[in-house]
Design a protein around this ligand. Structure first.
Ligand SMILES: [Zn+2]
Ligand SMILES: [Zn+2]
Length: 344
């Protein structure tokens, strides 16, 4: 099969013919229909993620059709499925208590196992996979496994956002846009922060109540003014110190910071602990979403409660993934890219 392989960090992925994946006994092989290009992939591609090495194949947000099944697979050949990026074991204390996104035995294709920047991907623990609704395009579905589910879990099970509250979103990449659209659906008011005017205009067009450019203004100051004292909830979607501190500083007393952006490198950063202490803030880490929350989220999308299509800006071939990763060195245009042609 064709796959895009990391041969050198920060260099173009090598498009190669590699062996087809073996089917796991406890899962399936999917023919990949679409795979999102995510900022987490960028961290792997630049060598800042411990589980991405030379020879790795990226790609953790994908959907596709089952072409092979293991003896203990839950799905059958021909099923069209979406995968959450965290494949949990289903049989450990975390899985038994509903927090399978913290499973100690989890497998994440693209980070430690071959990912879906390829024609086929092996997916163990296929009980995590859900059926792709007929009304949903593979390009949109691919983004659900990572950004949309992560944003949904951050808002609902971590920050517990309530209608009427102000939500600040730092960074309007894939996670940021998903957070904006889902927070609006929940009845919150949303202020978005970015450093690219075009992305802010895009977010405003998608319903953001206010937009702040952090290169020309003090973002935290501006948010405190816009929200009359600070946001109730602030979502950090980049994983860097500047936006983490802006998030802490923009919150009102007893506000809730949710850390969604994956911190790169060692993860160490200098943050304003006095702000957390004085304002008695809550500080949530979050990653992924337990697979059991998929059906209700999918139903809301299918019913049209929220339109996530604007998140997908570009459909690219496999050979176009390198350019998308390279573009993340600097400010990127609005929306995210999805690989929808895995043969070219
Ligand atoms: Zn992702
Ligand atoms: Zn488990």
């Amino acid at each position: 099969m064709k796959a895009a392989v990391v041969r050198a960090f920060s260099k173009d992925l090598s498009i190669e013919t590699v062996a087809d994946p073996n089917c796991p006994d406890n899962g399936v092989v999917l023919e990949v229909a679409a795979c999102g290009v995510c900022r987490s992939d960028y961290h792997g591609w630049t060598g800042e993620h411990p589980k991405v090495q030379h020879g790795s194949v990226l790609g953790h947000e994908y959907c596709g059709t089952v072409v092979a099944t293991g003896k203990r697979a839950k799905h059958k050949i021909g099923d069209r499925l979406i995968a959450p990026f965290i494949l949990s074991c289903g049989d450990c204390p975390a899985c038994h208590t509903g927090v399978s996104n913290t499973c100690a035995h989890q497998v994440v294709p693209g980070f430690g196992a071959p990912g879906a920047y390829a024609e086929y991907v092996a997916v163990p623990f296929d009980h995590n996979l859900v059926h792709l609704p007929d009304t949903m395009s593979p390009a949109l579905a691919a983004g659900l496994g990572c950004r949309v589910t992560t944003a949904w879990h951050a808002l609902t099970d971590r920050a517990n956002v309530r209608a009427g509250e102000w939500v600040a979103v730092h960074g309007t990449g894939g996670i940021g846009l998903a957070t904006l659209l889902l927070a609006k659906m929940l009845g919150a008011r949303v202020v978005v922060v970015d450093v690219v005017d075009e992305k802010l205009a895009h977010a405003t067009g998608l319903g953001a109540d206010a937009a702040v450019n952090a290169t020309t203004t003090d973002a935290a100051d501006a948010i405190r003014n816009i929200t009359g004292g600070g946001a109730h909830v602030s979502v950090e979607a980049l994983g860097i110190a500047a936006t983490t501190n802006a998030s802490i500083d923009c919150l009102r007393i007893l506000g809730r910071h949710v850390h969604v952006g994956m911190p790169a490198g060692s993860g160490m950063m200098e943050i304003n602990m006095r702000g957390i202490y004085t304002k008695q803030l809550s500080f949530f880490g979050t990653r992924g979403m337990p697979a059991w929350k998929y059906p209700t989220l999918l139903e809301m999308i299918e019913r049209g409660d929220v339109d996530l299509n604007p998140m997908v800006a570009r459909e690219v071939p496999l050979s176009g993934a390198s350019a998308e990763l390279r573009a993340m060195h600097g400010p990127t245009p609005p929306g995210t890219a999805v690989i929808t042609d895995l043969q070219n």
